[in-house]
Design a protein around this ligand. Structure first.
Ligand code: NAD
Ligand code: MG
Length: 384
């Protein structure tokens, strides 16, 4: 039985994870849930899954949740960073699904590793900001980190049964996001609603914007660097319109393995939960008699400058990726609030990264300091 602590249960990955759990009640049990401010949904999830522990974003949300649950059997309820850490290290859990958004995931991921839990990692910002610490902790504690991001799940699946020394490169596919059919000059006046309409995937707001700027692919390059212990020279990206080929691995004899499927996050979520085995899943199947053509095109680094910046920050290493991520978190949230334009996201992230002097081999404290510094700088640029 997998006893799961699900961090970020009210989000896109969180609710998809619960759909997967629902299909296999004999294999998976939810022992902890955590969400931010959507207490109504959290209350429904509690009534259905009966977790032992639940964490919410704030003390006020915890109070609201208690009153919503009323006389029903209540789980223990925590809140804030402390609550998230408690959910991550809950003794009753043996698997932690990290599906919160942003670098707020760093501390709970490290706490879960420290407590010896297997990690299903969706929260990519954690690996971007603190990859060296997370991977080192996992190695030392002998804990498996299983990717949930569809591209990394694909690569993980393509690597199964192969020898590491035979790998020549990985090829990460990118749909191009909401504005893939627009030139840069056509991005001047795009709206939040337009940016939020992704052609292939239904996801949380932040990652949908990151897909439109290609920052998401940049983060995935850095995520792959840490997960698969590969130099950036062996990580390539290619545009692929249909999001059917989730990513590929090329071997030294020229053979390429790919993992294909319909764009449904339940597939990589279930793979992380059932690894090294597989379980049945109710999901749309690929129909090759209908899906006759797959399109690929070279990645356009001029069209998507944040992808080039991500490679540069990844190669610099140290605190550079944490700064890249934190500046982006602020810029994206300002864009979503209608305070800056779409193209200002790129400008702000570039400006903050330019100001930063990377610290090599940073401690957790140094990473969090730089994260905070980058947020302050990004907020200043956004206010100009
Ligand atoms: P989302 O915005 O839909 O959900 C985020 C969840 O985190 C919610 O439950 C929210 O309440 C919670 N949360 C947010 N801020 C919090 C805080 N400060 N403290 C505690 N909880 C907080 O996001 P999502 O799209 O589900 O993405 C989650 C993570 O998975 C992200 O890192 C994203 O990059 C990654 N990911 C998502 C997808 C996808 O299809 N949605 C695919 C690949 C990777
Ligand atoms: Mg992805």
């Amino acid at each position: 039985m997998k006893k799961i602590a699900l961090l970020g249960s009210t989000g896109s990955i969180g609710t998809s994870t619960l759909q997967v759990v629902r299909q296999h009640p004999e294999k998976f049990q939810i022992v902890a849930l955590s969400g931010g401010s959507n207490v109504r949904l959290l209350a429904e999830q509690i009534q259905e899954f009966h977790p032992l522990f639940v964490s919410v974003g704030s003390e006020a949300a915890a109070k609201e949740l208690r009153s919503l649950l009323g006389d029903a059997r209540q789980p223990e309820i925590g809140y804030g960073e402390e609550g998230l850490l408690q959910a991550a290290a809950l003794p009753d859990a043996n698997f932690v699904m990290t599906a919160v958004v942003g670098s707020v995931g760093i501390a709970p991921t490290l706490a879960a590793i420290e407590a010896g839990k297997t990690i299903g990692l969706a929260n990519k910002e954690t690996l971007v900001s603190a990859g060296h610490l997370v991977m080192k902790a996992a190695r030392e504690r002998g804990v498996a980190i299983i990717p949930v991001d569809s591209e990394h799940s694909a690569i993980f699946q393509c690597l199964a049964g192969e020898r590491r020394q035979d790998l020549s490169r990985i090829i990460i596919t990118a749909s191009g996001g909401s504005f893939r059919n627009r030139s840069r000059s056509e991005l001047e006046n795009v709206t939040v609603a337009q940016a939020l309409s992704h052609p292939n995937w239904s996801m949380g707001a932040k990652i949908t914007i990151d897909s439109a700027t290609m920052m998401n692919k940049g983060f995935e390059v850095i995520e792959a660097h840490w997960l698969f212990d590969l130099p950036y020279e062996q990580i390539d990206c290619v545009l692929h319109y249909e999001s059917i080929v989730h990513s590929m691995v090329e071997y030294k004899d020229g053979a390429v393995k790919a993992q294909l499927g319909t764009p449904d996050m339940k597939v990589p979520i279930l793979y992380a939960l059932s690894y090294p085995g597989r379980l049945p899943l109710e999901t749309e199947r690929l129909d090759f008699s209908k899906q006759a053509t797959l399109h690929f095109a070279p990645m356009d680094f001029d069209r998507y400058p944040l992808l080039s910046l991500a490679y540069a920050c990844g190669k610099t290493g140290g605190t550079a990726p944490a700064v890249l991520n934190a500046a982006n978190e602020i810029a994206v949230s300002r864009f979503l609030q209608g305070e800056i334009t779409f193209l200002q996201i790129e400008q702000i992230v570039e400006q903050v990264c330019q100001l930063h002097e990377s610290v090599a081999q940073p401690s957790l404290e140094e990473i969090l300091e730089c994260d905070q510094w980058a947020r302050t700088q990004a907020a200043k640029f956004a206010a100009r």
